[in-house]
Write a protein that binds this ligand. Structure first.
Ligand code: ZN
Ligand code: ZN
Length: 334
């Protein structure tokens, strides 16, 4: 048996003792060391995520780093620290064959449709393991998964340098977007948040300006990372002619917003969604972390043990003082 953070059904989440997994064919056992929690975990807990993308009961945990419990020949040895692609591609469908592994026709993802890493053990496909360099800090590595989500969105179509960028939202995905867009040498990055307490994190991440009112100007690149219908509307309203609007936030299933199609046409706007990450984008982020180019650990503001997981959920729901910043919430599993 092992301890794990389990969502039995929507609104029913608790630390439970469950059967520890064994390694199936082509799988290896991993001991999770550190796991992040995010707004998507709240949607999984609340049952507000599209039912096509979740299977209950569910062990949470899709942002994590762990230690291999067995050798994986030619990849890594027992005891080495690794990260694992959470989106499990079948490798043979039409989407996988063109590299769009995030759209694999058989959707399967760690922490969504199969057990996550907020547990003492997890069984994962050997082929999706990525070893970490010994020099990599666990606090940086635990952010690889959400960085891969942002990186895939930013690198899907070629972005030119010198863009005037606005990021809507002040949560971890927004902060990581402000951080990763720096790799594309923008002219300026404005972050539109809800709480002034997030300003120091926003500046550390790479925002030049942090505001809580919607700016009275238009932008070449609009990144929506707040995940509400209102913020998606704001994103569309802030697009300059020729702009790209990237929708990264995930509003509750069924949210609708108004759209003026003639503005999209007349203003030559690209509206881009981006789902999860491809094997390639995950690999590119691991490479940049292993090389020391990406060190986002400054975003971690809250740290708990597994017994504090329910407190962590409370912090994610906004249970922080008005003047306290909230970045990434992590759970140490060992
Ligand atoms: Zn997440
Ligand atoms: Zn596939």
């Amino acid at each position: 048996m092992m301890r794990a953070l389990v969502v039995r059904a929507p609104h029913d989440v608790d630390l439970e003792s469950v059967a520890a997994p064994g390694a199936g064919n082509d799988e290896v056992l991993v001991a999770p060391l550190l796991a992040g929690m995010c707004g998507t975990d709240l949607e999984l807990i609340d049952g507000s995520i599209d039912p096509a993308y979740v299977r209950y009961p569910l062990i949470l945990g899709h942002e994590w780093v762990g230690e291999l419990m067995d050798d994986v020949p030619d990849v890594a040895k027992s005891g080495e620290r690794i990260v694992v692609e959470g989106v499990i591609p079948c490798g043979v469908c039409s989407e996988c064959l063109i590299g769009a592994t995030n759209r694999c026709t058989t959707y399967d993802e760690i922490g969504f449709t199969r057990p996550g890493a907020l547990a003492e053990r997890i069984a994962v496909p050997r082929r999706l393991i990525h070893p970490l360099e010994a020099s990599v800090n666990l606090d940086d590595a635990v952010l690889i998964e959400p960085m891969a989500v942002v990186w895939r969105a930013l690198s899907r179509f070629a972005l030119r340098e010198g863009l005037n960028v606005v990021v809507i939202g002040d949560g971890t995905i927004a902060l990581l977007a402000a951080h990763l867009i720096r790799r594309f040498r923008p002219a300026r990055v404005v972050m539109v948040g809800r709480r002034f307490a997030q300003e120091p994190l926003a500046k550390a991440a790479g925002a030049d300006v942090f505001v809580t009112d919607v700016p009275q100007e238009l932008f070449d690149l609009v990144i929506e990372a707040a995940g509400t219908g209102a913020s998606a509307s704001t994103a569309l309203a802030l697009a300059a002619r020729g702009a790209m609007v990237i929708l990264l936030g995930l509003p509750p299933h069924g949210t609708r917003v108004e759209l003026a199609p003639d503005d999209v046409v007349n203003n030559d706007i690209v509206i881009q969604g981006s789902f999860a990450y491809t094997s390639q984008s995950f690999t590119e982020v691991v490479e940049q972390v292993n090389a020391g180019y990406l060190r986002p650990s400054f975003l971690i503001t809250h740290r708990y043990g597994i017994e504090g997981a329910v407190d962590a959920i409370d912090v994610l729901r906004g249970g922080v003082a008005d003047d306290q910043p909230r970045g990434k919430v992590v759970i140490a599993l060992r």
